[in-house]
Design a binder for this molecule. Structure first.
Ligand code: ASP
Length: 585
């Protein structure tokens, strides 16, 4: 038997018991006469003690151990005189009588401790060592628990977990597909699913009624910090439902997760906001609603002041930073630099201070009298000591910049408490997005999303105005999930493909199977998918999804541990009928 207990298990009530432990050597401390070894496994750390006087040879053996050696120790549990309240086993130690070296280790390339000296790239190259560190391991245990609770909740709601294929053909979700050549069908390729979208819809046609799957999805996109080429969704679909049924069901799942995993009670009913209002009040479709600071449209209020920027701007918007009138010149300059960053793109920042004595002072005093400034203050709901920040310019750009400024002010004012969770459904997204470059419409969600019934007529006259029966779940400004009610009639689906620029033949070739299925009694249905990695990162209180993935890829999509992607053998290429051209420089 390798062990009678784990390294996290023993307490004072085990004193005097003979035990055997196995694990990794975290640290050896030789204090002259006594040697202490911290033995680690997934469950914790236990202190082993070797007494030079009574066990000379054993002690010498212990002093020869290196970091990360795998050992087995047999001994008696004793109460410590010097207790360590920081660890669960801190009240006991093991007086070792027998030590077995199971496997030696090379010196690890970084220290395997909570605060490691290893850089990102090194940690990823030796991820199996990184995973021995408890913060990383804890994240993965948290993820496991979340998956377990998702399954338990959805099972209790009659959902059936069903696997769908990984070798499929393209499912348009707006990203590039990863493709896999078929040896048995020369010149032909599978695509890896960007999501199981069409399969879950077909399961509804099949009468499954409620489907879910915790599933890998693949998108060949340029990677940002919180993106991975393969990521995991909690993918769901329901039949005979309207939007409310879906939102209620998944509010239930979200509340269950927060309650069981984090002990957090969320608001009873998640607020809902239309896309149009999200843009109007927050300048983005995933607002952080932990704090207010909503936008106020001042465009018509500040016209004709002689200040060219305001007079010519398509949009002038403002936020009220409460109690910030005391912001110094330097702080205001820093905010100006912030909004002028290329990725934010504002031309400058205008401010109005509402002073304690009731006066108002602004950076555009040349163009506005004090009564005018006070009038603006009224509209902004500004009280004494508040600071109004104003941006002006083209509509989209300014909304975007003001959104960034609002978040920055929220951060500066400590309004984005990581222990507060503010959920929100954003609904009524536009169905279509016009793309100037290709001069065509794209589906904002995906081509299977149903327009809102009352907007269907607009499909022929003004498709850009049509609202989708689509929704996103946003928590603290992070998009956690999204979905829609689907089209379930073949004629409407066909029309949708046409609007998206497919010829009838193209639509038939790519999605004939789906439109055909709709001819055999398709029920009304809809669904949603949650980004499981992002949700796990949020629960873990970390920014990057990489730290909740056991073996993630780096920003260039590489797995630096297994060194992939990598070239394949000429024989393999030949078998696949593939000839390579020289890569583009
Ligand atoms: N398949 C969609 C996505 O991955 C989610 C859904 O519509 O259910 O975004």
């Amino acid at each position: 038997m390798y062990r009678t207990h784990t390294c996290g298990e023993l307490r004072v009530n085990h004193v005097n018991q003979t035990v055997t432990l196995s694990g990794w050597v975290q640290k050896v401390r030789n204090l002259g006469g006594m040697t202490f070894v911290d033995l680690r496994d997934r469950y914790g750390i236990t202190q082993l003690v070797f007494n030079e006087e009574t066990h000379k040879e054993l002690c010498a053996q212990a002093n020869g151990l290196g970091r990360e050696y795998v050992i087995q120790a047999l001994g008696t549990v004793a109460e410590r005189s010097n207790k360590n309240a920081k660890i669960g086993t801190g009240e006991i130690e093991i007086l070792v009588e027998k030590l077995t070296l199971i496997n030696a280790s090379e010196v690890p390339p970084f220290t395997i401790e909570d605060d490691t000296d290893g850089g990102d790239e090194l940690r990823m190259k030796y991820r199996y060592l990184d995973l021995r560190r408890s913060p990383v391991r804890e994240n993965l245990i948290l993820r496991h628990k979340m998956g377990f609770e998702v399954r338990s909740y959805l099972n209790s709601q009659n959902f059936i977990e069903t696997e769908t294929p990984v070798l499929i053909k393209s499912t348009p979700e707006g990203a590039r597909d990863f493709v896999v050549p078929s040896r048995m069908n020369p010149g032909q390729f599978y695509a890896l699913p960007q999501s199981p979208q069409v399969f879950k819809q077909l399961l509804m046609v099949a009468g499954f009624d409620r489907y879910f799957q915790i599933v890998k999805c693949f998108r060949d996109e340029d990677l940002r910090a919180d993106r991975q080429p393969e990521f995991t969704q909690i993918d769901c679909e329901m039949a005979f439902v309207e939007q409310d049924d879906i939102l209620n069901t998944f509010e239930g799942m979200t509340k269950h997760l927060f309650k069981t995993i984090k002990g957090v009670d969320m608001v009873d009913t998640f607020p809902r906001l239309t896309y149009a209002d999200a843009m109007k009040y927050y300048g983005c479709d995933k607002p952080d609603t932990r704090f207010g600071m909503k936008f106020v449209d001042l465009t018509s209020d500040v016209r004709n002041s002689g200040f060219k920027l305001f007079d010519e701007a398509e949009y002038v918007g403002a936020i009220n930073a409460e109690d910030c009138a005391s912001y110094t010149r330097k702080q205001l300059d820093q905010l100006t630099d912030f909004v002028k960053k290329p990725q934010i793109g504002a031309g400058g920042l205008i401010y109005i201070r509402y002073n304690a004595d009731g006066s108002a002072k602004s950076s555009v005093d040349k163009f506005f009298t004090e009564p005018q400034l006070l009038e603006i203050g009224k509209k902004m709901n500004a009280k004494a000591d508040d600071l109004v920040l104003i941006l002006a310019g083209g509509l989209d750009k300014t909304l975007n910049a003001l959104s960034a400024l609002r978040l920055e002010m929220g951060t500066q004012l400590g309004l984005r408490n990581p222990n507060v969770f503010s959920p929100l459904w954003v609904v009524d997204f536009p169905l279509l997005e016009w793309d100037e470059a290709t001069q065509r419409f794209y589906a904002m969600h995906h081509p299977f999303t149903s327009p809102r019934i009352e907007d269907v007529a607009l499909l022929d006259t003004d498709p850009g105005k049509v609202r989708a029966n689509a929704y996103d779940l946003v928590i603290n400004g992070v998009e956690i999930g999204g979905g829609s009610i689907r089209i379930f009639h073949d004629d409407l689906q066909q029309k949708m493909f046409k609007i998206l620029g497919f010829t009838e033949e193209e639509a038939e070739a790519q999605f004939g199977f789906l439109m055909n299925a709709f001819k055999y009694g398709a029920p009304p249905h809809g669904g949603v998918a949650f980004g499981f990695d992002r949700l796990a990162a949020m629960f873990a209180g970390i920014e990057s999804i990489r730290d909740v993935i056991a073996f993630p890829k780096n920003n260039s999509g590489r797995d630096v541990m297994i060194d992939s992607p990598s070239p394949i053998h000429n024989d393999q290429l030949k078998e696949l009928n593939i000839a390579l051209t020289a890569p583009k420089k």
